[in-house]
Design a protein around this ligand. Structure first.
Ligand SMILES: [Zn+2]
Length: 677
């Protein structure tokens, strides 16, 4: 199960695929019309770079956020859609084309899906009803795990924190429906309101699943109270950033002693796993409390909870009333999205999510020319070289730690575009008349594939994102940086612009991912991906001191301000991403300066190369967002909103005021800038 991998650190938050009614234009790099040149760049660089774009791109009715990332996503989605429409037509197709085409068209068959109503999940609901003893709660939970139905806790495989070359079993906290424990536990007015709406939502879905209003009302309360207890047993996001808090390797026997109500060997077997003696427990306290809850909570409450997990987990795949109610709460209420996106967009995204590496080759063939890979190789090498120089130039780091850092940097590997070896989907049966069954078949395939890795060496060639994804990531345990083909396009990367703009776009992205290896989380892993301390006695505390400057800086930013009050960014939650943004900007600028040499002052369109670099960078982050979505992201997202990704980094960049002639004391040039890398 993916969530158990040693957290890969992505460039931005994942979000549901997007929608728009017009065929979009291909995004462009460095867009002068996106700017607001009436604003002083030294006072508000985000508005200066993005003011025009933001004014002309309000959040569309079927989105909760719309930025340049989303613009590119949207563009990719249209391309995927045409590939899928083609694959779904009768004719000669490869087995993979056939599979994705059938998956897509079964998803598009709304009439059949509506006619089936709740029938696809009826077998699961019957299984829940048949439970008579507590052991069956866990047994069914394990069966749900095997089908990707996300039950009470997480179970899967991932690298051993201390022996990164080997896959071991991991169990971890899980079982919540809302996106964070805060939603259940925080006493503020907004969270109280969310809980009220959540109760109504549970009730409505239970009624659709056949319950009476009275029963559904009672059951909704049961679900909320049980999930609140699970939330209370869960570790918060900031604590989870520290690998030390998730590092608990133990024998299965010891885990059972700590959590006696859970028969783990039986659970693992039913979930489809082979035998093993030891594992990593992400949060042992969670399992102790869960064990207690299995005793203290009546069996009927557990049955209600499991029924809820089945209904809610399947709602987006079922008939229109389920889809609509799911959207009313999740999309409209929580995120402020006005309309559900068009079905073809949802089906295109679901095909990518379920059979990503069968669809991936089609996407790569039409969107990723060989030259893109060659140019990326050159850029990555340039940024890595800059990082090497940067490490050597740090005044605050001891020679020994510099050597260890350089050693780690030397071991970073990169993957660009798409996997060298694609997943083999031959065993996945996709039927034209069984959409829910198809989604389950894809989940079962993934679960089996994951569990088959137990006790085997880690395959670093495997990808954690599909090729069309507009994102990138660093994996601490694999010590590699990964750039799917989806992001290697404008506005990040274009053959049509001067290289300065590409350095501001994809150059900063490369630097960002590389710096993740040295942020508050990544620095705790060595070059071989093992969780170990390679820092000298004074260097670690000095890093922490510098990082806390960044945390304080971003905590001062206000993400949303409305009638429900003011929400500040959580500087500790976003520390790794902000550190990576700051490092990324610095490294990309160093590389650009080196490449351009004395041409650094040659103007294009009236802008110096340095100015074009910074504007190109800022324009990647132009975005509009609903206040509701901004609130959600402030709680759950380790990334800062676009505005602060720009403001925070340029405030810390010594090159920025030089490029725009700003002076200390201007809003973009604070007296106390923060410098980690
Ligand atoms: Zn990142």
């Amino acid at each position: 199960m993916r969530i158990l991998k040693i957290v890969s650190i992505a460039l931005l938050a994942c979000s549901a695929a997007m929608a728009q009614t017009q065929v979009p234009q291909a995004p462009v790099s460095f867009d002068k019309s996106a700017m607001d040149t009436t604003t002083d760049p030294c006072q508000d660089f985000y508005q200066y770079s993005c003011g025009g774009w933001r004014a002309s791109h309000p959040v569309p009715s079927d989105k909760a956020r719309y930025g340049r990332f989303d613009e590119l996503r949207e563009y990719n989605l249209y391309l995927l859609h045409s590939l899928l429409e083609n694959a779904a037509k009768p004719g000669k197709h490869t087995p993979n084309e056939q599979k994705v085409g059938t998956f897509y068209s079964a998803c598009m068959d709304e009439k059949l899906i509506d006619a089936k109503g709740i029938a696809p999940i009826q077998p699961w609901l019957k299984k829940v009803d048949a439970i008579t003893v507590k052991q069956q709660v866990l047994d069914l939970s394990a069966e749900m795990e095997a089908e990707g139905l996300r039950p009470i806790f997480g179970f899967g495989t991932g690298p051993d924190l201390h022996n990164s070359t080997m896959n071991i079993a991991h169990v971890d906290q899980g079982g919540l429906t809302l996106a964070d424990r805060d939603y259940y536990l925080k006493p503020d007015a907004k969270m109280v309101e969310v809980r009220g709406k959540y109760l109504e939502h549970i009730q409505k879905l239970f009624i659709l699943a056949g319950e009476t209003k009275g029963q559904a009302d009672k059951d909704a309360k049961t679900v909320l109270q049980l999930e609140t207890k699970i939330a209370d047993a869960s570790m918060d996001r900031v604590a989870r950033r520290d690998p030390k808090n998730r590092d608990h390797k133990m024998t299965v026997a010891d885990l059972e002693k700590q959590s006696p109500e859970i028969d783990f060997p039986r659970y693992f077997k039913l979930a489809g796993s082979g035998k093993f003696d030891s594992l990593n427990v992400g949060n042992p306290e969670f399992f102790q409390k869960l064990s207690g809850l299995l005793t203290s909570e009546p069996i009927e409450n557990w049955k209600t909870y499991l029924r809820w997990r089945v209904v809610k987990g399947s709602a987006p795949l079922l008939s229109k009333p389920f889809v609509d109610e799911n959207f009313e709460f999740q999309g409209k209420y929580l995120s402020g999205q006005k309309e559900l996106e068009a079905r073809w967009k949802r089906c295109t995204s679901m095909t990518d999510n379920s059979l990503g590496e069968a669809l991936g080759p089609l996407y790569v063939a039409s969107a990723f020319p060989k030259e893109s890979k060659e140019r990326m190789d050159v850029l990555v090498a340039a940024i890595e070289e800059s990082m090497g120089k940067d490490i050597q130039s740090l005044e605050w780091m001891s020679p020994e730690t510099k050597k260890a850092a350089a050693d780690k940097l030397g071991k970073v590997t990169n993957k660009i575009g798409y996997p060298a070896k694609w997943k083999d989907y031959r065993t996945v049966v996709i039927k034209p008349d069984d959409f829910v069954g198809n989604a389950r078949a894809a989940s079962i395939f993934e679960e089996k594939r994951e569990l088959a890795k137990l006790g085997k060496p880690v395959d670093k060639a495997e990808w954690g994102m599909t090729p069309p994804t507009v994102n990138a990531y660093y994996s601490p345990s694999e010590n590699n940086i990964n750039f799917p083909a989806g992001i290697l396009q404008a506005p990040f990367f274009s053959a049509k612009v001067d290289e300065t703009v590409n350095y501001g776009g994809i150059g900063v992205v490369i630097g960002h991912e590389l710096t993740h290896g040295f942020d508050d989380q990544g620095r705790k892993f060595d070059g071989d991906g093992n969780f170990t301390n390679w820092w000298g006695p004074t260097d670690g505390p000095e890093f922490e001191r510098r990082a806390s400057c960044v945390a304080d800086q971003y905590s001062s930013f206000v993400s949303v301000k409305d009638e429900k009050g003011e929400v500040h960014l959580n500087g500790k939650l976003t520390l790794g991403e902000n550190t990576a943004d700051n490092g990324g900007l610095k490294l990309a600028f160093m590389s650009m300066t080196k490449q351009l040499g004395d041409k650094i002052d040659t103007k294009i369109d009236g802008f110096t190369p340095a100015q074009r670099f910074f504007i190109g960078f800022a324009q990647v982050w132009c975005e509009n967002v609903t206040p509701q979505r901004a609130r959600e992201l402030a709680v759950t997202d380790p990334h800062s909103p676009g505005k602060f990704r720009v403001t925070g980094t340029v405030q810390n960049s010594p090159e920025f005021p030089k490029a725009f002639g700003c002076k200390t004391g201007d809003a973009m040039v604070p007296v106390n800038a923060c410098h980690v890398w």
